[in-house]
Ligand binder design. Structure first.
Ligand code: PGA
Length: 259
């Protein structure tokens, strides 16, 4: 099963989020196979989007949360608040959070542990900068991010984890990684995750690619076995692009079933 996550960032308000969520549901209506689709609107739109996606195939995700359960953290949102809104997924450690808001690996780790405890599926973002890639450090950087993000984490039977490999230089730039570079990194990520969680079962941890995925290149990524799905930013708020990405995921799943 391929996964498509829409990260709407700070780009849409409630009204637009509701329209996008409705469009997503319509794009999947009547399809024989359906990918796992999760939309991540801004916090303020979660409760309205929740009503739209209820009883549909579309899941609800948040773009961030705090590592503490509650307390004097003005302006922050806790896992408990998300669960109350039927949120099932939460993006953690996105590069914009790391680079614009100083989120450290330790903070990401705290959030991951809290999300797992709350029964949320963490979508943990990792990825190297262009300087790190040029220096040949892409793998060591990503390994460090993974080991720190999942320190002390335990996988229970029903726990699911998504890791999004998102090279920083590919996010919002219109220049995605090549499919072969992405596949190489995904295989590496999965190897590290197996080392961190030796008892992980097939399908319990998925590795998604993110960074300038659009309707045109989505199929190329999704058709790779090593790519369990895509985390889409800019293209996920453009209905035509999003429809093309969903269609690509459906094509790939149908192709797999026909094999
Ligand atoms: P992009 O963003 O698709 O606009 O590059 C991806 C992301 O930030 O998750």
């Amino acid at each position: 099963m391929k996964t498509v996550i829409g990260n709407w960032k700070m780009n849409v308000g409630t009204r637009e989020s509701v329209a996008l969520a409705r469009g997503t549901i319509l794009a999947l209506r009547g399809k024989k196979v359906i990918p796992e689709v999760v939309v991540c609107p801004p916090f303020v739109a979660l409760s309205e989007v929740r009503k739209v996606v209820a009883r549909s195939h579309v899941g609800l995700g948040a773009q961030n949360m705090h590592g503490e359960e509650q307390g004097a953290f003005t302006g922050e949102i806790s896992s408990r608040m998300l669960v109350e809104l039927d949120v099932t997924h939460v993006i953690l450690g996105h590069s914009e959070r790391r680079h614009e808001f100083g989120e450290t690996d330790e903070m990401v780790n705290k959030k991951v542990l809290r999300a797992l405890e709350a029964g949320l599926v963490p979508i943990v973002c990792v990825g190297e900068t262009s300087e790190e890639r040029e220096k040949g450090e892409a793998k060591s950087v990503v390994e460090g991010q993974l080991r720190k993000a999942f320190a002390e984490a335990r996988l229970r039977g029903k726990t699911f984890v998504l890791v999004a490999y998102e090279p920083v230089w590919a996010i919002g730039t219109g220049s995605p990684a090549t499919v072969s570079d992405a596949v190489e990194m995904h295989e590496f990520v999965l190897g590290i995750m197996k080392d961190i969680f030796p008892s992980m079962k097939n399908g319990q941890i998925k590795v998604l690619y993110g960074g300038s995925v659009d309707g045109e290149d989505a199929y190329g990524f999704l058709r790779e076995d090593a790519v369990d799905g895509v985390l889409v930013g800019g293209a996920s708020i453009k209905p035509t692009q999003l429809n093309e990405i969903l269609a690509a995921a459906i094509d790939v799943i149908e192709g797999q079933q026909a094999e």
